[in-house]
Design a binder for this molecule. Sequence first.
Ligand code: NAD
Length: 268
Amino acid sequence: MSDLAVGILGGAGRMGRALVRAVTEAKGATVIGAVDAAGNAEIGKDLGVLAGIEPLGLVLTDDVRALFGKADVVIDFTVPGATVENARIAAETNTALVVGTTGLEPEQQAVVTEAGKRAVIVQAANFSLGVNLTIALTRRLAQMLDDSFDIEIVEMHHRHKVDAPSGTALALGRAAAAGRGVDLDAVADRGRDGITGARTRGDIGFAVLRGGNVAGDHTVVFAADDERIELSHKAGDRSIFARGAVRAALWTAGKPPGFYTMQDVLKL
Ligand code: NAD
């Protein structure tokens, strides 16, 4: 069987470059091109050179439609506005799309979810195996513990990250809320400051740290009187997200249109 043809959106980005490396290392997948925003200074440069590996003989372009025209699956780690457009093109062309972009507003998310009616869409706020196991365990623990255990989610990322809390922290929050049978929006407590009053029983709190080059640390704390359970995951390098996204891309082959998550890919 021939290799799966993989296109990359956001090719000049931190994740885009890691994705070029990960696809090149993966069995059964080949990079066929990468795109970044029009006007990006790296357009025209060799994808391998940008990724810090040997030249691939393919250059970064700004032609999204041409990329969708020749790819079996496209991996998108860009910005929310671009991801919405990319989801529309995926639906129109019935091309599988793996979405890693975070920070989508509800109406932007609705477009991505809707695209799953026409194309295979796999979306995850975090593509690492360890985080997806942590999400599954968080749901299970929240199911087993009552609300005498306060749930707090702490995350830390590098100084360049633009959205907060991280998409992964929110995914952990949604898993905790689902385990308790409640809606996260109804119980989320984000950004405490000043005289906040005492904690409301059943709330799920978020705390955010930014600094250095931290690839992504997440801890879910279940705190009761006199005892505390903490589930922690620490990402050492963003290659774990890239490898997971490539695993998701390979998984899309032959799947019927639908909206899927990494929990489906990993059969959790
Ligand atoms: P980055 O800023 O380094 O890269 C984003 C790239 O997208 C930039 O090169 C930018 O020019 C490009 N871009 C912007 N508009 C575009 C367009 N219209 N078409 C094509 N490219 C466009 O950011 P990053 O650290 O690589 O992260 C990218 C996204 O992925 C963020 O939302 C981040 O939170 C998310 N992320 C997700 C995971 C995960 O596992 N799901 C892991 C890490 C990062």
